[in-house]
Design a protein around this ligand. Structure first.
Ligand code: HPA
Ligand code: ZN
Length: 322
């Protein structure tokens, strides 16, 4: 089976986190800045744990400081997706990186992102505007407001990433309420570096239909039953979880156990160059370690399209690919 050309969906991909190191390095050279400590001797992103990963990511993002840089990035990332057979993707972007929360600048960044996406029509793309948890609830509310004011076109979702150990989900409920009222699809990272209580809090307070990661839900059987009963879709990123040592190795990963329990499980890469993965690699590993066949991948992709933050015409059209 040629896993690379198999049609795929991806619901969990951070635009900045998908930037190849060479792309970030090129911007740094253009701007005449030194990105000390971001790259190792081989030009790869350098970090050792989750906190360092977030720090490396933030520092790399300092050269993503214009709409044109984001236009180029969106185009490069979507070409990468197309190369790995992705036909539908949802990409996390953030008002914090795109204009620092200024509503006028945000519009310019959004237009540039759409221009980048227009250049790769073979991938159907939606944006999920994303609050950064460790920047706090006030910035999350500001992000939700400017997202709510610009909902439409490819901008169909609101989410939250960042340091999961910072505050509790309830602290971010006002931001998610604003986004939900605006009709945006809602998802949040939880159950990645924090255990089941983080997923439970997120379901209790944020009104999400999807959870980014959620893999540590397996540690609580009642929570697993709740995910099934409520039809919550997990955006699982196995390679990311291995790289960040959530699991020691692939065979230990909870993805198969969650699916066996009836949880809706989908596959994504999160931040591929940081975690040395691609969609093709994720599929190869799921096949090798858990014996997933084309039928299993197609089923996961249908679940992804059902949970996608897109219009029904797009959903119906793309569903026929799986
Ligand atoms: N987890 C939390 N925040 C993030 C991630 C992640 O994997 N990637 C980019 N921001
Ligand atoms: Zn993520």
């Amino acid at each position: 089976m040629n896993w690379q050309t198999l049609p795929k969906t991806e619901l969990h991909l951070h635009l900045e986190g998908a930037a190849p190191p060479a792309f970030i390095q090129e911007l740094a050279v253009e701007q005449g800045v030194e990105l000390n400590g971001v790259f190792d001797a081989f030009g790869k992103y350098q970090w050792t744990d989750f906190a360092e990963f977030l720090d490396c990511y933030t520092r790399a993002c300092t050269v993503l400081n214009s709409p044109d840089a984001f236009r180029r990035l969106a185009e490069a990332v979507l070409r990468q997706s197309a190369e790995h057979g992705v036909i539908y993707t949802e990409i996390f972007i953030s008002p914090d990186f795109c204009g620092g929360g200024d509503p006028v600048a945000w519009q310019e960044y959004l237009a540039a992102l759409d221009e980048g996406a227009d250049a790769v029509p073979e991938v159907e793309c939606r944006w999920i505007a994303t609050a950064i948890r460790h920047l706090g609830p006030a910035k999350a509310i500001r992000d939700a407001r400017i997202t709510a004011d610009s909902v439409g076109g490819r901008l169909t979702g609101f989410g939250m990433g960042g340091e999961e150990r910072y505050l509790t989900a309830a602290d971010f409920a006002p931001a998610f309420a604003i986004a939900g009222e605006a009709g945006l699809g809602l998802t949040s990272h939880a159950g990645e570096v924090v255990g089941p209580e983080s997923v439970r809090d997120t379901l209790d307070h944020l009104g999400v239909t999807r959870i980014g990661h959620g893999v540590r839900s397996i540690e609580d059987t009642d929570l697993v039953s709740r995910l099934v009963a409520e039809g919550i879709t997990l955006e699982v990123n196995p390679g990311s979880n291995i790289a960040l040592s959530v699991y020691d190795d692939w065979a230990d990963h909870s993805v198969a156990r969650l699916r066996d329990a009836g949880v809706k499980v989908t596959l994504s890469t999160d931040d591929p160059p940081y975690f040395h993965t691609t969609m093709t690699h994720e599929y190869e590993m799921m096949n090798r370690v858990f014996g997933w066949t084309r039928a299993d991948f197609d089923a996961a992709n249908r679940l992804a399209m059902e949970a996608a933050f897109c219009d029904d015409a797009t959903r119906t059209r793309l569903m026929t690919q799986f």
